[in-house]
Design a protein around this ligand. Structure first.
Ligand SMILES: NC(=O)c1ccc[n+]([C@@H]2O[C@H](COP(=O)([O-])OP(=O)(O)OC[C@H]3O[C@@H](n4cnc5c(N)ncnc54)[C@H](O)[C@@H]3O)[C@@H](O)[C@H]2O)c1
Length: 259
């Protein structure tokens, strides 16, 4: 498949995890991929991997929470590469603490929510609105659909990403821009594997509530992201799709019986 031939895709936080898997798939399907992350080594490694596999990628390493730097970087990408057809707002993170002593609010809201909005605004103004086309895919979470205990900032931010996705999907339809989101269930990425090591019991309790009885794979999240970014989803906008092995479909009062 080459659904993204002649398109430019910017994927934030694509130095590892879901972002990296997404970048690899976009490249496989013909896109020119801009790899963004805070860490230069991981950006360079992903660019090298894609180019060695015969794809096309370039580095776009900047901190998405620095609004001015990010807007300039977006402008530069459009000057260098002609357009940004797809934006995946993937970079995010959490910091689990009880609400009564939660001290990470600004940082967690900043990276998951505020940067998602301002990156979308910068890319829409620099490329998508003038060309009357574009697709934005945001990363929410199951924490965007129901609360995660001890994760108030992340829960609030990811719920707001669902709202932001609806608002932009509705408002930017007139510019030919579709805006959707995925809500991953727990997926095998460095961030989740670190958490599994730190809190093995909580990890097992979560898996026990997944009908598919396993974590998601980063590639499964990437596949849903590519679908939403592609013309296959040409009449879908403003929506959030859980990619979660059925977890949100399970009655909240039950866990899965052993089978
Ligand atoms: N993995 C999961 O189980 C899971 C579940 C639900 C939602 N998500 C969401 O999916 C997205 C990706 O998750 P992941 O597990 O692959 O995360 P990850 O932590 O493995 O990777 C995120 C990447 O984003 C980068 N990043 C962080 N802040 C940045 C910034 N300010 N500017 C640029 N890059 C930045 C990090 O350096 C890192 O490489 C996140 O938004 C996360 O909240 C993940």
């Amino acid at each position: 498949m080459s659904r993204f031939k002649d398109q430019v895709a910017l994927i934030t936080g694509s130095g590892r995890g879901i972002g990296k898997a997404t970048a690899l798939k976009f490249a496989e399907e013909g896109a020119f991929v801009l790899i963004n992350d805070l860490h230069k080594e991981s950006v360079d490694a992903v660019v090298a991997e894609i180019n060695s596999l015969g794809g096309n990628a370039a580095a776009a390493g900047f901190d998405i929470t620095d609004r001015e730097v990010a807007a300039k970087a977006v402008q530069q990408i459009v000057e260098d590469h002609g357009s940004i057809d797809v934006l995946v707002n993937n970079a995010g993170g959490e910091n689990m603490q009880p609400a009564e002593s939660y001290a990470s609010w600004d940082r967690v809201i900043g990276v998951n929510l505020t940067a998602t909005f301002f990156m979308s605004q910068a890319v829409a103004n620099a490329s998508m609105i003038p060309r009357n086309r574009g697709a934005i895919v945001n990363l929410s979470s199951l924490a965007g659909l129901a609360a995660l205990p001890n994760d108030v900032g992340y829960t609030a931010a990811k719920h707001a990403v669902v709202g932001l996705t609806k608002a932009l999907g509705v408002e930017w339809a007139k510019y030919g821009i579709r805006v959707n989101a995925v809500s991953p269930g727990m997926s095998e990425t460095p961030a989740s594997l670190e958490w599994q090591k730190r809190e093995p019991e909580a990890f097992e309790a979560r898996i026990a509530r997944v009908p598919w009885k396993r974590m998601g794979r980063a590639e499964e999240q990437a596949a849903a992201i590519l679908f939403l970014a592609s013309e296959d989803a040409s009449f879908i906008t403003g929506h959030t799709i859980p990619v979660d092995g059925g977890q949100m479909a399970l009655n909240p009062g039950h866990s899965m019986r052993p089978q």
